[in-house]
Design a protein around this ligand. Structure first.
Ligand code: NAD
Ligand code: SER
Length: 313
């Protein structure tokens, strides 16, 4: 059996840090190369190889893939929803060209597997709000959502036309304590924990009744690894899989935090991110992921809140 050698692009980001550490446990530290445009995250230092890499520089990326004998790429470099609305051209350029560079190299070098995340942001105001299905009306209204939806079809195309084994998940908003989120609309659900512990209060940029699909990072990492380890012939979706974790509003997460931090208060000052949140579903139907590769989340709001506070303390 060929030894796997993995390249993680965007390894210093919110997902990248934890995914890199999880992949190093599976494949061995030396066999998972972390890479990013910015400096190596503190939590990665000393745990395995790191290279400075710009996914937009296709030649340099290709050189690294050949030089390091890479067999799998996890592409996490992207501009998220809120930052994307501030700079739509940059978001489109990075999110599309970065993916096309990776897919082209995967085809040329016959890589075994590629992972690329999509998002619940592919859904738009015309998609069903509750239990949004795998296949439904998809008319995204953010540049981030448009880039993710186009990306899903590039993955599907490279699988169908060239046989590139690229797999994808539409992550909900991710909540984590190890590394900070990078410019999304769901970031409030991480910030709230830090402010609750530091100041006992939080000023939320979304309205109190804004329900969004969310997931705790351990579930997201497990989903990613379970999808990547699933037999290829079990996968019926080659665009991107819906996965669900939990769904809550700012008011509900604040109430849950108050159970642990009595006296915690929240106020609401909605900004431009409210429109983005309003365009997304409140909850997700992930029954296709369940049927194809056995996906089942473990963390609900109560369990996630307890674990976040324990670890942040
Ligand atoms: P992040 O912003 O925290 O991390 C992205 C990383 O990519 C950063 O460390 C950044 O320095 C790096 N990067 C940016 N441009 C680069 C370039 N040109 N070359 C190399 N690296 C570059 O993002 P994240 O939250 O970890 O998200 C990772 C992926 O998951 C993205 O595709 C994102 O759209 C998707 N996703 C995230 C969430 C979430 O809630 N975090 C939800 C849905 C989907
Ligand atoms: N958490 C992400 C965002 O808010 C969803 O893809 O942009």
């Amino acid at each position: 059996m060929t030894k796997e050698k993995v390249l993680v692009i965007g390894a210093s980001g919110q997902i990248g840090v934890e995914l890199t550490l999880a992949l190093r446990k599976i494949y061995g530290n030396a066999n998972v190369v972390a890479s990013d445009l910015r400096e190596e995250n503190e939590l990665l230092k000393g745990s395995g190889p790191y290279v400075s890499l710009d996914v937009m520089n296709k030649e340099m990326l290709h050189v690294q893939v050949i030089r390091q004998n890479i067999t799998q790429i996890y592409l996490l470099a992207a501009i998220l929803s809120a930052t994307g609305e501030k700079n739509p051209n940059l978001a489109w350029h990075l999110n599309m060209q970065g993916l096309l560079n990776v897919l082209d190299i995967a085809r040329e070098e016959k890589l075994h597997k590629v992972y690329w995340p999509s998002s619940i942001a592919v859904f738009g105001p015309t998609s069903p709000k509750k239990n949004c299905p795998q296949r439904t009306i998809i008319e995204p209204s953010t540049v981030y959502g448009i880039s993710k939806y186009a990306g899903e079809f590039w993955c599907n195309y490279f699988f169908g036309r060239y046989g590139v084994d690229v797999r994808s998940i539409r992550y909900p908003g991710l909540i984590s304590y190890k590394s900070a989120p990078g410019g999304g609309t769901t970031d409030y659900a991480v910030e709230i924990f830090h402010d609750a512990l530091e100041d006992g209060k939080y000023s939320c940029f979304l309205q109190e009744d804004t329900y969004l699909p969310m997931m705790y990072m351990p579930d997201a990492i497990r989903a990613t690894i379970e999808l990547m380890e699933a037999p290829s012939d079990r996968l019926t979706v080659r665009t991107s899989y819906n996965v669900a974790g939990m769904s809550f509003s700012p008011k509900e997460i604040a109430a849950e935090i108050t159970q642990h931090i009595p006296g915690f208060t929240i106020d609401y000052k909605p900004d431009y991110r409210q429109n983005i949140a309003n365009s997304w579903p409140e909850s997700i139907d992930d029954s296709v992921a369940g049927a194809d590769w056995g996906w089942k989340p473990e963390y609900d709001l109560a369990r996630m809140t307890k674990d976040m506070l324990t670890n942040l303390r």
